[in-house]
Write a protein that binds this ligand. Structure first.
Ligand SMILES: [Zn+2]
Length: 248
């Protein structure tokens, strides 16, 4: 066994046998890890609130080469984020971010993804309930950027020609973003984005908050995000948390 001490966030958790739990952790040093927390259900004392969803801290993982399931030795909690469970929009938003990270994380260390997910959960936790959807959309695009698949907004994804900021433009999922009028004729599929929607993406990717006008606009953005994510996934397994977030 090798001991690995790393910053970690609990992104998924389920009961295992009579007294234990299995966690899916996003770690800074080793990507996504499945971890057995032995006795976590028998004794609250051992890990306490450290194993709640979206808790973050320093985890001690005992790893074995060739084995997919690590053993959790300890978890030194630094952030519990109870605000995420206190409002449905926050909870659904956090679950959508967790699902994206679990489905898209590459093998091995990824500090950019870890930092983007940390910031995402902090911002959703701090958002008033009504702003949680906006905060989640902003965070989701930044998580995708951290994964290396940020969409192009201001230049053509195919030929890099600039696309006027104040005009609607075709957003092509296979191309990876907005395409110019010339490349538009070659695009297989896509969705026309009004200039305001491009503006929102620009603001979110730059770390700002946009302020969505109404439920209709929010749904259009959620749909765009889901379609874009789907395009970048290697499999077509359902995105349950993302679907639930979209339906509320
Ligand atoms: Zn073009």
């Amino acid at each position: 066994m090798t001991l690995l001490v790393t910053d970690a966030i609990v992104l998924h958790s389920f009961d295992y046998l009579e007294s234990s739990r299995i966690l899916r952790l996003l770690t800074r040093e080793a990507g996504v890890r499945s971890v057995l927390a032995r006795g976590a259900r028998r004794s609250q004392r051992r890990f306490g609130a450290a194993l709640d969803l979206y808790a973050q801290g320093s985890a001690e993982l005992h790893t074995k080469p060739g084995r997919d399931l690590d053993t959790l030795g300890g978890f030194d909690l630094s952030r519990a984020r109870p605000q995420l469970a206190a409002h449905l929009d926050r909870f659904n938003g956090a679950a959508a971010i967790a699902e994206m990270a679990l489905r898209c994380a590459h093998e091995g260390a990824d500090a950019d993804l870890f930092d983007a997910v940390t910031l995402a959960l902090d911002e959703i936790a701090a958002a008033p309930g009504t702003a949680a959807r906006d905060a989640t959309l902003a965070a989701a695009w930044r998580v995708l950027a951290a994964l290396g698949v940020a969409p192009t907004i201001d230049e053509c994804a195919e030929c890099h020609a600039s696309v006027a900021l104040d005009e609607p433009a075709l957003f092509s999922h296979p191309a990876g973003g907005v395409v110019c009028a010339r490349c538009r004729t070659l695009a297989r599929t896509g969705r026309t984005l009004p200039a305001s929607a491009r503006g929102a993406l620009r603001v979110w990717l730059a770390g700002g908050s946009y302020g969505i006008a109404d439920a209709l606009e929010a749904r259009a953005h959620q749909r765009l995000l889901r379609e874009f994510l789907r395009e970048h996934l290697a499999d077509d397994k359902p995105l349950r948390a993302l679907d639930a977030w979209e339906l509320v």
